[in-house]
Design a binder for this molecule. Sequence first.
Ligand SMILES: [Fe+2]
Ligand SMILES: [Fe+2]
Length: 156
Amino acid sequence: MNVEPLQGTPDGATDQILSDHGNLRERLQGLEEYLRQPVDSVGEWLLILREALHDLAEECRAHFRDEEVGLHHQLREHSPRLAFRLQRLMFDHPRILAALKELAAHFPAHEVMERSELRSLKERVRSALEMVHAHERAETKVTMDAYWDDIGGESG
Ligand SMILES: [Fe+2]
Ligand SMILES: [Fe+2]
């Protein structure tokens, strides 16, 4: 989904969320692309992946905090009908951070890996990325609904 930044929305909350989601989406796509590349040197490949996952976790942590301390609240104030969906999304945050932490805690640091090990690591990383993606997609949808409320449109 390609969402353009919107102007004139409630306190800039929707603009901020959509812009953060754009950045996060680029990072996720970069990681997915990295997983598709052939692995020449396992040690080096793991090192880069570990660093990229660390950066993703940091970005998520900061972004979730911004949402929790203000952005979601602004959307809720503006569109009370979205309160339940926003609440559910808020519950996702600690689950996602815990999943990324778990991945980092069991991240291998080998020079050599069996193909099956490598495949299973890629699968674990992909499912963590998909978790973040799914959350942000649902949140972008809620944010767009708040935007429609703002301009007086109808949305389902
Ligand atoms: Fe969120
Ligand atoms: Fe978000």
